[in-house]
Design a protein around this ligand. Sequence first.
Ligand SMILES: Cc1ncc(COP(=O)(O)O)c(C=O)c1O
Length: 432
Amino acid sequence: MSARDPVAFDRDHIWHPYTSMADPLPAYLVESAQGGRIRLADGRELVDGMASWWCAIHGYSHPVLDQAIRDQLERMTHVMFGGITHPPAIGLAERLIEMTPAPLQHVFFSDSGSVSVEVAIKMVIQYWFAAGRPRKSRLLTIRGGYHGDTFGAMAVCDPVNGMHEQFRPVLPEHLFAPRPESRFGEPASRTDLDAFESVIRDHHEELAAVVLEPIVQGAGGMWFYSADFLRHVAALCAELDVLLVLDEIATGFGRTGELFACEHAGVVPDVMCLGKALTGGTVSLAATLASGRVARGISADGGVLMHGPTFMANPLATAAACASIDLLQDGPWRDRVHALESQLQGELEPLSTHPEVRDVRVLGAIGVVQTRSPVPVAALQRHFVDEGVWIRPFGDLVYLMPPYATPPADVTRLTRAIASGLDVLGRTAPGP
Ligand SMILES: Cc1ncc(COP(=O)(O)O)c(C=O)c1O
């Protein structure tokens, strides 16, 4: 690093997610990250409450994951996947097929969650095209969803709060049912079911698939909805011959208390998207899994799946993913996630009476405090860093999704920082 003031250089030249070049939010210079701690360049150590946006489920610099990457580094960092295959890709596909619902038998590797959603959309469109029903090319989803920032994925994000409103004129027009108001743990309300059912019944002839985040809507609002609703959606898809795509990019690998969130509803998709925690947060990788029916359909009459990224199935990433899955499955992840759930419930739920708070909800290793109005991100962020924690709020949501092995004392530091942060809100005007 040659810049004399690296943070100033960063501010002037580097875009961060969803930031302005004219008036960027401050970025903190990180020197290293280890376990559940992030170390800033100024020496401060922060308890990590974010697992780097759902990814770092084992914490940072885990010796097993680092060793797997080092071992792979000795063999090859990358090799093309056209006409070539390699052990980490094969090992990872075996593991994914084994751990996901039985019908999912075919794996497409890509580099990011958004791209895995693009691939899922291609799969379902190609499936119906090959079946001689090209009119079935639209998608149905529910409001409040988030599936990524590429164009196909943006088109199924919430059209208002999905951060992509300005692209609406160039996005394909898909169909949106209301977000289910029935919460996780409740039966689905008649209103929620009727609203979804009327859209799918009216449009099934033109629908390729329903695309959903199962149970937890993440970046579109951190909302946990009824498993019963998801069961009804799956039943309607089966009845009306509409494929079901479940985006488990945020929820996969144990975060909600089940290995995959669809297990809360006992629902099996035709296509599943995975990413984020797939490599334990070490290297970017995603996967789209398809059922035998979908794969055979696409491949009928010599058809091929029309996608092929340069860094597909990167050996470093697939080796890291194999190690991460083994680490997860060999360890007490379920007990850890349940312990986090109990502690987050015990420490966050009392905040629901705070005047700044609209709602508190906890599921698995996810704790959400929703405020009455959007939070001033920079001021709150500064407060959290001063308190020695890393929490990144957005909109009206202050939330935690720590690494699974976060010790109880660190969880308490996170929840206490949120509690004191709510008092900061009372004193600060809302802003970006
Ligand atoms: C449910 C869901 N789908 C897709 C994505 C996009 O993944 P990526 O940011 O890796 O492109 C995200 C990212 O937050 C997500 O939460």
